[in-house]
Design a protein around this ligand. Structure first.
Ligand code: NAD
Ligand code: DAU
Length: 356
């Protein structure tokens, strides 16, 4: 069972899974603004995938699905995932990321208590989390290892941290066979254009300003989404029960470097009519409140224990991503109609340009 299967990473996970396996998946997704069944249009009619529209907080529904489908594992992607939205309105983050994860855990515990033998021994609950729970690094600090203490700084990261703690507690107290992953910034196909990379591609192609927060020197580690999905499959397959695995792309970059790389890729693939570079659209705007300065991941545990390393470099992953957005204008125009415009006005309408 895959929760959040119609979102960005969840849908990539389902597609990758069915490319390498015939084992069926039941997806559970509330289809919020971020959930888009169109992401899985290429497997429509495939009997290996069933989508159930519903909320992970709906105890009756989840209990019923667990009895009906008797999954051998749950991979929990369902969440509110955008930091800026959590700043404008934290409530949904508390509800889904904390209460939702709690209810999902309760249903899973009841289901797991009622199964036996090999089925019980091999069952796994994999919780997909973020490196943001560790807070912000200084320029010379060591990258986040799994031993780093939790210091979440936004309502989003605080809600994910709370969910991680609940997952941990269900293992420690009830013995539920859990695995937790904490990953860095994903990019790739089907990412909603509220996040940095798809937002910049979308704005650039529309000739709109490219809004870089603050001085553009905040650092993130970037991982191509299929590498993240590959790591989760590996953790599910061979991770030690009760453990946490950090997952990173070995690509630490300043935001402004990411935006420059994107502009250069677009200049090559889709030159502007007047011959100017997309870089001329860059506009520095008021910073995100509480903006974490730097994230970086120490991959050594997952590499040592599970033999996993990312396959894509930032250059190869970005080239694939830019190509996907250029080739899928219909997907972009569907998700940027309607409510998306309201979000752009809420988040960027009140963010003045800052001259640097
Ligand atoms: P997303 O916002 O694109 O997708 C979230 C999905 O969850 C959507 O399909 C949405 O409809 C669904 N959902 C939301 N609330 C739900 C609920 N109450 N019940 C059922 N479904 C619900 O997010 P994403 O970027 O794909 O992230 C997936 C997971 O990975 C999240 O838990 C996120 O915290 C984590 N993560 C994301 C990144 C990243 O860079 N995007 C990095 C590390 C970890
Ligand atoms: O680190 C993992 C996290 O990465 C995930 O847990 C989150 O779900 C995911 O959204 C992402 O969080 P970030 O806040 O790092 O991602 P975002 O794409 O929103 O922003 C990336 C960086 O770019 C961040 O430093 C803020 C900056 N930014 C973002 C936007 C949307 C801008 O400068 N301008 C923008 O318009």
């Amino acid at each position: 069972m895959v929760t959040g299967s119609s979102g960005f990473i969840g849908s990539n996970f389902v597609l990758d899974w069915l490319r390498c396996s015939d084992e069926p998946i039941v997806g559970l997704d509330a289809l919020t603004y971020a959930g888009n069944p169109e992401n899985l249009a290429s497997i429509q009619g495939d009997s290996r995938y069933t989508l159930v529209r519903g909320d992970i907080s709906d105890t009756n529904l989840v209990a019923d699905l667990l009895l009906r489908y008797a999954p051998r594992a749950i991979v929990n992607f369902a969440a509110e995932s955008h930091v800026d939205r959590s700043i404008h309105g934290p409530e949904d983050f508390i509800q889904t990321n904390i209460v939702g994860t709690f209810r999902l855990l309760e249903c899973t515990r009841a289901y797991w208590s009622g199964i036996h033998g090999d089925q019980k021994a091999s069952f796994r609950f994999t919780h997909v989390s973020t490196d943001e729970v560790y807070g912000s690094l200084g320029p010379t600090d060591l990258p986040f290892s799994e031993l780093r203490r939790y210091e979440p700084n936004s309502p989003y990261s605080a809600s994910k941290a709370a969910s991680d703690h609940l997952v941990r507690a269900y293992h420690h107290t009830y013995g539920l066979p859990i695995l937790t992953t904490n990953c860095s910034n994903n990019y790739g196909a089907f990412q909603f254009p509220e996040k940095l990379i798809p937002l910049m591609i979308h704005n650039a192609l529309a000739g709109k300003p490219l809004p870089v927060y603050g001085d553009g020197k905040n650092v993130r580690d970037w991982i191509y989404v299929c590498d993240h999905c590959d790591a989760i499959r590996r953790v599910l397959e061979a991770g030690r029960v009760g453990e946490t695995y950090n997952i990173g792309g070995c690509s630490e970059m300043k935001n402004i470097e990411v935006v420059h790389a994107l502009c250069d890729a677009l200049d090559a693939a889709r030159p502007r009519a007047d011959g100017s570079s997309y870089r001329t659209l860059i506009s520095f705007v008021r910073d995100r409140p509480g903006h974490d300065r730097r994230y970086a991941i120490d991959n050594s545990k997952i590499e040592r224990e599970l033999g996993w390393t990312p396959k894509e470099s930032f250059a190869t992953g970005l080239a694939k991503t830019v190509r996907w957005y250029l080739d899928n204008p219909a997907w972009v125009s569907h998700v940027t109609s309607g409510a998306y415009r309201q979000w752009v006005s809420t988040n960027y309408g009140t963010r003045p340009e800052v001259v640097r």
